[in-house]
Design a protein around this ligand. Structure first.
Ligand SMILES: *Cc1c(COP(=O)(O)O)cnc(C)c1O
Length: 378
């Protein structure tokens, strides 16, 4: 079976894990700090503004907590998003309000966002579909004009930028995922960026029960009764650990090679699939935009999309669709009508894309896909 996504963990990661074992310390500690520092360098921000957590979902929950939502507050997000963002809004007392996307890029435009802003909008949460930055600069400007907080769910965009500015750092809060199906993998893990240093400090506190001070040796040097509780507010248990951070540091070093390979695979698909009747390929990136190439997506006739996916599965090629529209999930109580999102959800298919694919596998996927489309269209 050719996987849709697959982690790339090897000898270098094993060696890093062995070092953690040898240290007899696997919890939150120096390796977490080192990973935060390296990731800060990668983004071009100060490490004080980053918090390494156990998932991007935890980072989204903390982001929504920092917004201080009260009943009736609305938070805008594209319907074409992962459930984590909408759940974080609902769990923090907000009402998710779903917007449509550009039918070509599947990212929202500033106009899509502006259409659903109201006096009650507290924040906007955008993602970068498949790693393509989208119109994040324009949306960030819109949010600033309207006095609305921007949260970037940069889970797909670990190495994406616009004119050198990293995705996830355009808004007030940014979130990255390092789960087992992402590009940079720590098995489970996520990063939170807060532009406001107070927010970053509070997020760090909330991520560990609400406790202000660290315990352990460091605290023992500063205080005579280092075991005492200094609780500022009740919190969670969202912190990352040194084992995951050790993986992250190695993966971050390898990230440029990962993305380079993914870019080459996307280009190979572009070439192999161009001119297949009834198939629309993802649009070229605008000048100055750099993608992490997390998804490679194609659009086919909605009548045949599901059959094509089933035929590919039978031929050993796993495809899927992200993200089933959230405005159709009854729990979120939305009556939005979003034509581009709905059409995309019926016609889009993600093809396998990960740095472990060789050229032969990429050709196999393209061949099987072309054959399936030709078969079902005729
Ligand atoms: C993977 C993903 C998440 C969740 O990340 P976790 O680290 O698994 O919590 C959130 N948003 C998007 C867009 C994702 O792709």
């Amino acid at each position: 079976m050719i996987n849709l996504h697959q982690p790339d963990l090897g000898q270098a990661e094993l060696a890093a894990v062995a070092e953690v074992f040898a240290d007899s310390w696997a919890g939150h500690g120096p390796r977490t700090q080192a990973f935060e520092a390296k990731f800060a360098e990668h983004l071009g921000v100060d490490a004080d503004h980053l918090v390494f957590l156990n998932s991007a979902t935890a980072a989204l929950f903390l982001s929504c907590e920092l917004l201080g939502l009260t009943a009736g507050d609305e938070v805008v997000l594209p319907s074409n998003s992962f459930v984590a963002a909408a759940n974080a809004i609902v769990r923090n007392g907000g009402q998710p309000v779903f917007c449509d996307v550009d039918p070509r890029t599947l990212n929202p435009t500033p106009e899509d966002v502006a259409k659903v802003l109201t006096r009650r909008t507290k924040a906007v949460v955008v993602l970068h579909y498949g790693g393509a930055p989208g119109e994040v600069a324009g949306i960030s400007e819109l949010c600033r004009e309207r006095g609305v907080v921007l949260v970037e769910d940069a889970a797909c965009a670990v190495s994406s930028d616009v004119n050198g500015r990293a995705c996830g750092t355009f808004g007030d809060l940014g979130v990255w995922s390092f789960d087992a199906m992402k590009i940079l993998v720590t098995a489970d893990g996520g990063m939170l960026y807060a532009r406001n240093l107070e927010h970053a400090r509070r997020a760090r506190r909330l991520a560990y029960h609400g406790l202000e001070k660290a315990s352990g040796f460091a605290a023992a040097r500063e205080s005579a009764r280092w075991w005492e509780v200094d609780l500022q507010e009740t919190g969670h248990r969202f912190i990352g650990n040194d084992l995951a951070a050790a993986l992250g540091t190695v993966q971050l070093r390898r990230l440029p090679d990962f993305v380079h390979r993914r870019r080459a695979i996307a280009a190979q698909y572009d070439q192999l699939l161009s001119g297949v009747p009834g198939v629309t390929l993802p649009p070229a990136l605008p000048d100055g935009h750099v993608s992490s190439h997390y998804f490679y997506w194609v659009r086919v006739d909605a009548e045949i999309r599901n059959q094509v996916a089933v035929q590919l599965l039978e031929r050993g090629v796993f495809t899927s669709f992200r993200y089933p529209p959230l405005h159709k999930v009854p729990l979120y109580r939305s009556n939005a009508i979003l034509p581009a999102t709905e059409h995309a959800s019926r016609s889009t298919l993600l093809l396998p894309l990960h740095q472990g694919l060789d050229d032969h596998e990429v050709r196999t996927v393209a061949d099987e896909f072309r054959k399936a489309v030709e078969y079902h269209l005729s």
